[in-house]
Design a protein around this ligand. Structure first.
Ligand code: UD1
Length: 420
């Protein structure tokens, strides 16, 4: 039996160094895109986490050879013939990112099918923009028994306007367009660093993608992509989580292996609160808190706005920051379930579906709480480290889905934390 609980004895200021892993959201889409290449792709900086393991299992069931190499890189080799399109539902239900196989499969073969994806239960997470995109490029799509089935016969480049800059839809459309004859354009595209990482990977494989990181991405289709060796960018959300934990405990930590620019939306808010953040050589960040921190207002937005994936952890920090703060969630409609758990620890937060008003207090206390999703779980670690007494986090598997060596890394910073 794998451990599914964490025990934290809080109140210890975090100190020391932590090295950030490759980004979950970058690695997942690079893995999905690897099936578009001929030959063996080798990916570096892939975090060893549950979500990655599930995606690997899905690919293996579809006929792709995937294995970890001795140097911790990941080797992926798809066969020349068509892949099995029936990915098992018990696996795809576990992982929203399995939807990224829609674009990469349609790029390499005429048919694809994916289950309506699972993952964190943080809102509706519809697939309409993904479907609209692949349809614009010439795919016919039908929904059969909870599966999205797509077929492309007369496919062609096209312009797609996204009503919302969805990360997954931008990625799926970009992947399919890379091997779709003609010119394609994605307007109101997502601009997240993971999108730029994917575009650079595809270009290294021989694709022609321009404009990634801006609102408009232009793609010229090519007939073949070659396999390359490539690395995922560092995980800006993992880094942000450690920064907030340092601030919440009044500690001082050095964060290694980050791209500071990707963290600027988070750094700006922490500085507004009075947290000191110094950018050192080689992209390392020194983070320390000076009492007392100031309250702050946050609105989650697509990049370069404040990331929704940092919102729960921010609630934990603000719960312990005296004064009134406000948090507006604009990306997902169900991301405040963490609040009930934080209240058990003494947090004073009032909320409706999108707005939370936090009356910060200097002291939180340990409690029995439940990780309702991945980032909520991360927030409970932040709160648990900052609280007085013992916190038990149930359903910690959600945290292991997305944070590599989380117990070891927090211990390395002096936290009293164990999985059991
Ligand atoms: C990705 C990230 C996730 C992050 C999110 C927003 C991965 C594996 N996951 O998720 O960690 O929280 O971006 O930064 O990269 N939407 C639609 N129709 C669609 C698709 C999305 O309405 O077809 C809506 C969603 O319901 C949501 C919003 O768009 O309200 C953002 O979703 P999206 O950017 O697509 O998130 P994901 O790609 O699922």
């Amino acid at each position: 039996m794998k451990s599914n609980r964490l025990r934290i004895k809080g109140g210890v200021p975090l100190r020391g160094k932590v090295s950030i892993s490759g980004a979950k959201n970058a690695a997942l889409v690079l893995i999905a895109a690897s099936i578009m290449a001929k030959g063996e792709t080798v990916l570096e900086q892939v975090p060893y986490i549950e979500d990655v393991q599930v995606l690997i299992q899905i690919l293996q069931k579809m006929g792709v050879q995937v294995r970890w190499k001795e140097d911790r890189s990941l080797s992926i080799q798809a066969p020349d013939e068509a892949l099995t399109i029936q990915a098992p539902q018990e696996l795809t239900r576990k992982l929203r990112a399995s939807n990224l196989l829609l674009g990469s499969m349609l790029a390499r073969q005429p048919e694809a099918a994916i289950s309506m994806p699972g993952g964190c239960d943080i809102g509706l997470r519809p697939m309409d923009l993904h479907i609209k995109g692949v349809q614009a490029l010439g795919a016919t799509v039908s929904i059969k028994r909870n599966r999205i089935c797509a077929e492309r016969k007369n496919y062609h480049g096209a312009a797609v306007y996204l009503d919302f800059p969805s990360v997954g839809a931008t990625e799926n459309i970009m992947m399919m367009a890379c091997m779709t004859p003609g010119e394609s354009m994605i307007e109101n595209a997502a601009k997240e660093p993971e999108i730029v990482n994917l575009a650079s990977f595809l270009n290294a494989m021989g694709a022609s993608v321009r404009g990634a990181g801006t609102d408009v991405i232009r793609i010229t289709g090519v007939s073949e992509l070659k396999a390359v060796r490539y690395a995922a960018i560092p995980d800006r959300i993992e880094a942000g989580t450690y920064m907030l934990a340092a601030a919440a405990t009044g500690g001082e930590i050095m964060i290694e292996n980050v791209i500071p620019q990707h963290l600027h939306p988070v750094i700006a808010k922490l500085r507004e609160m009075g947290v000191i953040i110094q950018e050192l050589d080689h992209g390392n960040l020194l983070v320390y808190a000076q009492d007392p921190l100031r309250p702050v207002d946050i609105k989650t937005m697509p990049y370069p706005g404040f990331p929704t994936d940092m919102q729960s952890q921010m609630l934990a920090l603000l719960a312990k920051t005296p004064g009134t703060s406000m948090v507006v969630e604009n990306v997902f409609e169900n991301r405040f379930r963490i609040i009930d758990e934080l209240r058990r620890m003494g947090a004073q937060i009032k909320a409706d579906s999108h707005l939370a008003v936090i009356e910060g207090r200097p002291v939180l206390h340990g409690a029995n709480v439940r990780a309702t999703d991945l980032r909520a779980g991360a927030a409970l670690i932040v709160a648990g480290c900052a609280a007085e007494g013992e916190t038990i986090i149930e359903d910690a598997v959600h945290i292991f889905r997305g944070y590599e060596s989380v117990v070891e890394k927090f211990r390395g910073l002096g936290a009293e934390i164990e999985a059991f």
